[in-house]
Ligand binder design. Structure first.
Ligand code: PLP
Length: 381
């Protein structure tokens, strides 16, 4: 005998968004005619143009995934020495810096939204510093104007990890709107299956001015083994190309992404209705001038890791699987032991210990959101 509990499907933190099968089938059918499966084919070029338009960035290059996009972007700027970044992120951000032979210097984050605390950057700058790599974590857009002022004053590059920030826009004091991918010198987006917009695996580098062709050319060469033309190889590049099946998935998903973002917004609103004012639970602050993509639903427990872990266990027992994003902090990873130290970023360490990222995807039923919040309310103290 199966009782009702057992028939419930498990609920994971996310669920990859897919277009109607027929839409994808119709598009990839053309590949059986062309036999061009990769190496910047028509779908690649079509998606590149469509995303430039959607993201509002003149400059864009597509990549096989977000991580390679960031690695090759750091390489393209020929950075040296130290790079100031944040430990409250996914492994990729720091690894991309270290794999470029650069030294990561960890800046602590703001308690309110988990982004880099701009007020702590200048104390970390030395004569070896060449860049700042902040992260719009959970889609919370960094204090970009403060970061840019500091970067200008010290002659540093600003390269954003915008993996979580697809499609977000910032409205300036004068009313002008800027795509988040136009901030700083350049930004990296991830189109991984679990992100708001996916190409199965994929990523992009964007920058404000498409006229700045040098960066585009450099990135194009780097993702294609450093090849300049049939008989010239100018850089030690790698293979970072997005294939045609991935680009076709992106073209289909782009038709639906606005509707998915709106549905995510409804899910987040329901979470907020249930959780706002609940003692011991804090929701992250969002910038009033940012149009959110509702990428994640992080909640912070005032009771710290004991309460966070109790809620995690209670939800797991119900077949609900949130994630402890981002725990541990990158500076607590075994691979950085003796090099980085989580005690140097106490706010990030505390946030990582007390945060839980709740299930969030466009079609998450209201009843499940309410059930999740019920379990939280029972276990928070
Ligand atoms: C997903 C993610 C990446 C890496 O992107 P991939 O497309 O998975 O390679 C980098 N940084 C952050 C913050 C991410 O969440």
């Amino acid at each position: 005998m199966r009782n009702e509990e057992n028939t419930k499907q498990p609920i994971y933190v996310t669920r990859a968004s897919l277009p109607p099968f027929e839409e994808y089938e119709a598009l990839i059918g053309k590949l059986w005619e062309s036999h061009v499966l990769t190496n910047m084919g028509c779908f690649h070029e079509e998606l590149r143009a469509a995303l430039a338009e959607y993201l509002g960035c003149g400059g864009i290059e597509l990549f096989v995934n977000g991580h390679m996009a960031l690695e090759m972007l750091l390489q393209a700027f020929e950075l040296k020495g130290e790079v100031i970044t944040t430990p409250f992120t996914f492994a990729s951000t720091t690894h991309a810096i270290v794999r470029n032979g650069l030294t990561p210097v960890m800046c602590d984050v703001r308690e309110s939204d988990g982004t880099m605390d701009a007020e702590r950057i200048e104390a970390l700058i030395t004569e070896r510093t060449s860049a700042i790599v902040p992260v719009h974590v959970y889609g919370n857009v960094c204090d970009d104007e403060a970061i840019m002022r500091i970067a200008k004053r010290h002659g540093l590059r600003v390269i954003y990890d915008a993996a979580h920030a697809f499609g977000e826009t910032v409205t300036r004091a004068d009313g002008t709107k800027t795509g988040v991918g136009c901030l700083g010198d350049a930004s990296m987006f991830s189109f991984h299956a679990t992100k708001v917009f996916n190409t199965i695996e994929g990523g992009a580098v964007t920058w404000k001015d498409g006229a700045e062709q040098a960066l585009g050319t450099r990135l194009y060469q780097l993702k294609n083994f450093g090849i300049t033309d049939k008989e010239h190889v100018d850089y030690v590049g790698g293979n970072g190309k997005m294939n045609e099946f991935a680009a076709a998935m992106g073209l289909c998903n782009l038709r639906h992404v606005d509707e998915w973002i709106a549905a995510r917004g409804d899910v987040c609103a329901r979470y907020r209705e249930n959780l706002t004012g609940l003692r011991g639970v804090r929701l992250m602050e969002e910038r009033g001038d940012v149009e959110s993509n509702h990428a994640y639903m992080p909640v912070v427990f005032a009771g710290g890791s004991a309460v966070r872990d109790a809620v995690y266990e209670a939800l797991s027992a119900e077949g609900i699987f949130p994630r402890k994003y981002f725990y541990p902090c990158v500076n607590a990873y075994q691979c950085y032991a003796g090099v980085l130290d989580p005690d140097q970023t106490p706010t990030a360490k505390r946030l990582a210990a007390s945060v839980l990222t709740l299930p969030l995807y466009p079609e998450l039923p209201r009843a499940d959101i309410d059930r999740i919040c019920g379990v939280i309310a029972e276990n928070v103290h």
